[in-house]
Design a protein. Structure first.
Length: 294
């Protein structure tokens, strides 16, 4: 069973809401691919696997827009796996913080859309990330400040399953539990693959759930592509007191594009024109099947 026993049962979303989130996630996937293709470089696999989580967070939870993205009372988000910036840029575009036409400038000289998130140059980016293992530490700091100053904001972060091979992640895990950062929710994108292949063969971080439990975290395991489970997990995290929550999201690397799914080679490779057009056609067809417009 994917759902953790601590959860009170999956709340069933209205069909219209699921459709809205599915369309947003698919558009995020399209924009991530457009950016990587235009740059001829980047990380499509992990960008596609976190699109559903980002769609949910930015449409339902973050409550930010172009007018309040720098409010001191806003919720914060840290993309600890910073190489998947193309998906974050797609999410920020979905809520109007990045013009869609700018996505094509990813990694280009003089573009503000760098290969990794830049908080100084991109509206809506709360933390510059890229060196794996460090983003969750920054998220800890944001959460601790919120606790010290009695703020109501929450902090969210997404880590890669390969990223948690970094020792700093576990120092951060110890810190968050010690300071009872119940305003912190971390997602682990558990797609099982990193740039060198199967995570269990590179440097096995499993069992991920038991390790976080041992560090004093509330642990929830979900399907990363099920919006009902994502929503229920986020709500359960918000109800948890005196400990941080990690949502281990079992995902499919390259989700949404048939020839990219579960293929480690798409961790950091850009598609050629034929591959790009095939991928976009698949995503457009999915949008059509759920009643959306391309």
């Amino acid at each position: 069973m994917l759902l953790n026993k601590n959860m009170k049962g999956v709340l069933v979303m209205e069909k219209e809401k699921i459709t809205k989130l599915s369309l947003a996630a698919t558009r995020i996937r399209k924009m991530a691919l457009e950016g990587v293709y235009s740059a001829k470089a980047g990380h499509p696999g992990g960008s596609l696997s976190i699109a559903d989580i980002l769609a949910y967070l930015y449409l339902e939870e973050m409550n930010i827009n172009k007018d309040n993205f720098d409010s001191p009372d806003r919720n914060r988000f840290v993309l600890s796996k910073g190489h998947c910036a193309p998906a974050l840029y797609g999410a920020l575009s979905e809520i109007g913080l990045i013009p869609k036409e700018d996505i094509k400038t990813l990694r280009h000289i003089d573009s503000y859309l760098q290969g990794h998130p830049d908080m100084k140059g991109t509206d809506g980016v709360d933390m510059s990330t890229g060196s794996l293992g460090q983003g969750i530490s920054a998220a800890n700091g944001m959460a601790l400040v919120g606790k010290l100053y009695n703020k109501d904001y929450r902090v969210y972060t997404i880590l890669g399953d390969g990223e948690i091979e970094e020792g700093q992640v576990w120092e951060a895990a110890m810190f968050a539990a010690h300071y009872k950062l119940d305003n912190l929710t971390a997602f682990v994108d558990f797609n099982g693959l990193q740039i060198d292949g199967d995570i269990t063969k590179v440097m096995n971080p499993t069992p991920i759930d038991e390790k976080f439990k041992a560090f004093g975290w509330n642990v929830i395991v979900i399907d990363a592509h099920d919006f009902n489970q994502i929503e229920d997990a986020v709500k359960a995290a918000k109800e948890t007191k005196d400990k941080p929550t990690v949502i281990i999201a079992k995902s499919v690397k390259g989700k949404g594009v048939s020839f990219m799914e579960n293929q480690a080679k798409w961790h950091g490779s850009a598609p050629n024109q034929e591959q790009y057009e095939t991928a976009i056609a698949e995503l457009d067809e999915y949008i059509k099947t759920i009643g959306g417009e391309n």
